[in-house]
Write a protein that binds this ligand. Structure first.
Ligand SMILES: CC(C)(COP(=O)(O)OP(=O)(O)OC[C@H]1O[C@@H](n2cnc3c(N)ncnc32)[C@H](O)[C@@H]1OP(=O)(O)O)[C@@H](O)C(=O)NCCC(=O)NCCS
Length: 189
């Protein structure tokens, strides 16, 4: 089957390249994603232990068939190391509870990379894809993910029950970012 990856633009931020994942990126995607600390706060449909061909399956069965329709996925690459997939970020149109997901290789945490990537994707969602509001969720114990929302102008709305890979966590925070608030936030920073 042929897939059209031209629906997913490539972006550059200060330190990152955000671009569509290709088959040559899958081994490093698998290596960096297959880490309980990366996966534990994802939705429970992500399997753990993570299968040897998990990323390949996700790529062919889920990502490629949906790419650029109502789903957009970018691999994250350091400009200094452009051949290693160090993370992913995606957007979904049809979700009342969560329109964006992301993950980053553990060795890259705490350097502001995901804030950089999420800001670029917020721009794309509101400026180009026509979103008027983005809904986000995160496990109540996932402080890093919560901070990214706080640092990019989102508003906390409450909590709701949710099943994560980590069976000890039962609640998700609910956040929203309106287009108006993003534009206001962006103009201030
Ligand atoms: C969440 C995740 C993407 C964050 O990526 P990152 O590039 O490290 O994030 P940033 O550096 O841009 O911002 C993280 C912020 O959280 C803070 N933070 C992270 N863990 C923290 C902790 N345990 N306690 C206090 N602050 C913490 C960081 O200090 C930083 O805030 P600051 O800039 O005010 O200092 C990364 O940890 C990850 O991939 N986790 C696993 C997957 C995941 O949880 N995905 C989200 C599902 S909703």
């Amino acid at each position: 089957m042929n897939y059209d990856l031209s629906m997913i633009p490539t972006f550059e931020t200060q330190r990152l390249i955000l671009r569509p994942v290709t088959t040559k990126d899958l081994p490093s995607y698998q290596k960096n994603f297959n880490d309980y600390e990366v996966i534990r706060y994802l939705a429970s449909y992500v399997p753990w232990p993570y299968p040897e061909k998990g990323v390949e399956e996700f790529y062919y069965k889920m990502l490629l068939p949906k790419q650029g329709k109502d789903y957009w996925h970018w691999g994250l690459f350091l400009k200094d190391e452009p051949n290693e997939t160090i993370g992913g970020i995606d957007l979904w149109r049809n979700s009342a509870i969560d329109n964006r997901g992301f993950w980053l290789a553990r060795k890259c945490w705490g350097k502001g990379y995901m804030t950089e990537a999420a800001s670029r994707i917020n721009d794309h969602a509101f400026d180009d894809l026509g979103f008027e509001i983005l809904h986000f969720g995160n496990a109540i114990t996932n402080i890093g993910s919560r901070r990214i929302k706080e640092k990019t102008g989102a508003t906390y709305k409450g909590t709701r029950p949710f099943k994560f890979v980590d069976p000890e966590v039962h609640d998700s925070q609910v956040w929203e970012l309106t287009k108006a608030n993003w534009l206001k936030f962006r103009n201030k920073t």
